[in-house]
Design a protein around this ligand. Sequence first.
Ligand code: IVH
Length: 679
Amino acid sequence: MADKTNATDVTQATEEVTALRTQLNEWRRQYYDEDAPNVEDDVYDRQYARLVELEQAYPQLVTPDSPTQLVGGTVRAGFTKVTHAIPMLSLGDVFSQAELKEFTERVEQNVGEPVDYNCELKIDGLALSLRYEEGVLVQGATRGNGTIGEDITANIKTIKSIPQKLTRPLTIEVRGECYMPKAAFAALNERREAAGEPVFANPRNAAAGTLRQLDSRVVAERQLSTFMYNVADYEPLTARTQSEMLTELADLGFATNPDFKVAHSMADIFSYIDRYQNQRADLAYGIDGIVIKANSLPLQRSLGATVKVPRWAIAFKFPPDEQPTLLLEVEWTVGRTGVVTPTAVMEPVQLAGTTVARASLHNPDYVAAKDVRIGDTVLLHKAGDIIPEISAVDMTKRPKDAEPLVIPTTCPSCEAPLVHLEDEVALRCINPKCPAQVQEGLVHFASRNAMNIDGLGPRIIAQLYTNHLVTDVADLYRLTTEQLLTLDKVKDKSAEKLLTAIDRSRDNSLERLLFGLGIRHVGAKVARLIAQHFGSIEALMGAAQEEIAEIDSMGDVIADAVVQYFASEEVHTLITELQEVKVNTTYQGPSVEVAEESNSWFAGKRVVLTGKLTSFTRGDATQWLQANGATVTGSVSKKTDLVIAGSDAGSKLQKAQQLDITVWDEAQFSETMREDAQA
Ligand code: IVH
């Protein structure tokens, strides 16, 4: 991009700024309001950076409606502005080894001798600045436009990896990246899609959208993490190199990325790039390149910066990992809440470490924006290095007779007319008797964080439902061995096991039942709080909206949903039936504090991964399990609680079977991960 910051003419800058703002605001509107980003990240980033550059050069041109002053679709109400005493800079980008070499040559020409570089991963998140006074955290801010950011102190205080107090009483401003791990990003998007909400395009957007929340509790739930990599001023530290600084920051209590390396030559830098380009898929967080920094801190200072970027560092951006494939069909499926989601089914391709054959098309607006058609050759990539997504259609390969996709107007399961609720992007089936919704509801009821009925999965439920043996959750408790034996692949032993599991679930504490009923906005955590507060379902059914809203400041949205749910005559009948079949409707759990600690089902479990996983890498799965309190070990022993077996699993699976250890396949693991995220 030509450097026009020296434009002599403010008029010229004004024109360019106006054009950039119009374009960027339109893209933002599509993304935030319509959930249909029509532009690739890098194109947006370049235009945005240009606008920041111009606004920095001509501060008089900054207007409140400039995209640099906005977060999401709304003007930032509720956040105080923070002026960065030392600006938070961005980085120059290079895309090839030749350009990278030009950068190092420039540095070394400037310095007059060879220079060591620290190579770091470029985390796909959002820049953050943390101020400490005498070792105590006093402020957290976003980068904003580099000069002015937002005060997000309340929100960052909920992020576990950020120390509230340092190990030494330093007064220092530390900078780094706030990111959402891949697994958390995937789970969040899955939940948003199921709730009919727009999905986040990548972890950076998800992290930014989360930090933008005015309600810090939402931030606390979303598992954000950080890697710190910079300080505004290195004087308070003893480190005098970038690599020493990372170690010192870790000693002070910060999370730092361990995968950095000092390079003494171009060959060292290239081998670092190679290594992480290959390992990228195995990391638990998304990276979009490598950052190369002059290692000496005094040298960084003397090299200084241009108006926008430092002269001592550069980002090497990875080429997008994209694969062409053929779109075979689009499936429309109905979820538990009635949201109808289109999924692209494609010819399988290898993409960033896994085989991919399906990608969500989210909602009708998204389908329209992408204009994908059956028979199209589409380009697939992984959003945030994890979620398969169609980036574009190769128009040169479009078959002549390809027709635009037809958006269904009736439910694929029950044929009821589909609707858009309020201003939701999602299509919904609102027939409460819709077979797909009822079956999904039964699957949810039986799931691990709900009634935890082992062995009652989607396959059995589909049969129970189609054979008219079960139409609502109370029917599960009336099932007999004879009925179960009529099902495909159910033998004496498995029928007995299933009945025992159903019977056991009768004694569950109220919060499991409440969560299992699938009341809108009532996740496992909310269910627990409600159950603990009221103690019994009768007390809850007789409660006023205000009393529910006041529990742990739950608020009107949840309280309204609960009241509305229990206002229904059918629900009353169902609860009576559940009581008739001896399902417990009282709270028997521990106090909220105790329950909170053992939030994840995996906490404290010893898990072994074996075989090939398809929707995530072994590294991702391991990191996710560890983050949720599990110990992941390499070999199966009597102490192992669970073996997760992908395809082609060998001796470890055999051993698990010999020792009678629970074995899950990948689907069961994914399902539980999702439930855990909802908990
Ligand atoms: S150094 C003046 N190091 O990439 C120094 N940035 O595209 C500026 N980023 O704004 C940043 N990982 O948000 C640096 N290891 C890393 C990074 C990193 C990710 C982000 C950062 C920056 C953006 C520029």
